[in-house]
Design a protein around this ligand. Structure first.
Ligand code: PT1
Length: 417
């Protein structure tokens, strides 16, 4: 018997539509010919979101519950609220974008800190929309159009043990050659670092770091077509690198280890990467513990962003990074990668560095030299979660992985057919 479309087969072909952003739903409505005026009204009713709020005072939590229910949503609170055995509770508010925005409007007129809670809710909803809007990152004379593709940051380590023991000149030359090769292979940014930050690594004295990094920056700046990032937490190194023409600072300490770094970055007007780390590279893997890994990293990054802004760094120049491998167990790292999209709550570009890291070694049981495919899996999934920049060693291969993943995730705008 031939298969015809009949009632038993499902004459109406009912199917689930996956919606991440209001844009996805707007596209689906356009597809069935919904009038634009109608779509504008209906789209906010068709996208459902869950927002978690921490440490909400009881009186505020009760009003949030009431407000959410009255707008057709819900709010879940701790069981301890009913028994009044707690002062605060975390709250999960759930509803359509429309219900959440209307609830925020209602809450913004109420006491008990609800005005600030309403602002936070609106910020998260706005951030969820902003991700699909194009933004630009300005790095002096270079601009990167974020959202268009995932940018490849190629790693250049200027550490003598990485190369021959032919002294400073040989080390500089090897790093410069390596950077040039990464650019040929498709690097969009070159990240130059003079101090290893892998687990157990010791700090390098500032003079030594300067002697390693600055000659490489000086040689590359007039010579290469891509922006140069300097991987340092030391103000003095960043200052010299920026004076030599570097375009960005990548700080694994999120401005915590050298109080002058924020000022140096603000003065130069370049972008900065603020990364989460628990402890210091020397001791960060000693028993890492989190009650809520995503919540704690997000809170840390929020704080770091506020600190950066208070130094005069503009928000448009801030990139956040959850710091894969920096004071985290394998389970923590996997959860961060699985839930990477939640970091979009801050509305800032996201950088991720997984390249050849021990989390891959532990999952696959393979040494550093055998972590290419594992790295590829993390890069593809990071792209799917909305990463803007991936920091990698194997640029030739990861540029292909990211380009393929971008074609799927971002709709293949950048590829010929
Ligand atoms: C990173 C990063 C970095 N990683 C940014 N900068 C390193 N912004 C250096 C391991 O577990 O992720 N983001 N700069 C390298 N650090 C590590 C950490 C290397 C952990 C290896 C491991 O193997």
């Amino acid at each position: 018997m031939t298969t015809t479309t009949n009632e038993r087969a499902g004459a109406h072909n009912a199917r689930l539509i996956l919606i991440n952003t209001t844009q996805d739903l707007a596209r689906e409505m356009r597809d069935i010919g919904v009038a634009p005026e109608g779509a504008a009204i209906m789209v906010p009713k068709g996208v459902f979101r869950v927002i978690r709020l921490e440490r909400v005072p009881l009186r505020a939590a009760i009003l949030i519950k009431e407000e959410m229910l009255s707008k057709g949503g819900e709010a879940a609170v701790s069981d301890a609220v009913a028994s009044l055995s707690t002062d605060t509770t975390d709250v999960l508010i759930m509803g359509t974008v429309r219900a959440l925005r209307r609830a925020a409007d209602g809450l913004s007129r109420q006491p008990f800190g609800l005005r600030d809670i309403a602002r936070e809710i609106r910020e998260v909803l706005d951030a969820a929309e902003a991700q699909s809007q194009p933004r630009t990152l300005t790095l002096r004379e270079h601009t990167l159009e974020l959202g268009k593709k995932t940018y490849i940051m190629g790693i250049v380590n200027v550490t003598p043990d990485s190369f021959s023991d032919g002294g400073q000149h040989a080390t500089t030359q090897a790093a410069v050659d390596h950077a040039r090769r990464l650019i040929d292979e498709g690097a969009d940014i070159i990240d130059i670092g003079g101090e290893s930050t892998r687990p157990g690594a010791e700090a390098v004295p500032v003079d030594e770091e300067l002697a390693r990094v600055i000659p490489v920056v000086e040689r590359l700046v007039p010579d290469i077509p891509v922006p140069i990032s300097v991987d340092t937490y030391k103000a003095e190194v960043a200052e010299s690198a920026l004076a030599a023409g570097a375009h960005m600072v990548n700080d694994i300490s999120a401005l915590r280890l050298d109080m002058r770094l924020g000022e140096v970055v603000a003065q130069a007007g370049v972008p900065v990467v603020l990364m989460h780390m628990r402890g210091l590279p020397r001791n960060m893997q000693e028993n890492p513990h989190y009650d809520s890994v995503i919540g704690e990293i997000l809170a840390f990054l929020r704080d770091a962003v506020a600190r950066a802004e208070s130094c005069g760094i503009r928000r448009e120049g801030i990139i956040i990074d959850p710091g894969i491998g920096f004071g985290k167990t394998v389970a923590h790292n996997l959860e961060i990668l699985r839930r990477l999209g939640e970091f979009r709550s801050l509305g800032l570009p996201i950088l991720v560095g997984t390249s050849r890291k021990s989390l891959i070694g532990k999952v696959l049981g393979l040494p550093t030299s055998q972590r290419l495919e594992g790295t590829a899996a993390t890069v593809a999934l990071a792209v799917a979660s909305g990463a803007d920049i991936v920091r990698v060693h194997d640029v030739r291969y990861m540029a292909r992985v990211a380009r393929m993943a971008d074609a799927i995730v971002r709709g293949g705008a950048a590829c010929a057919d």
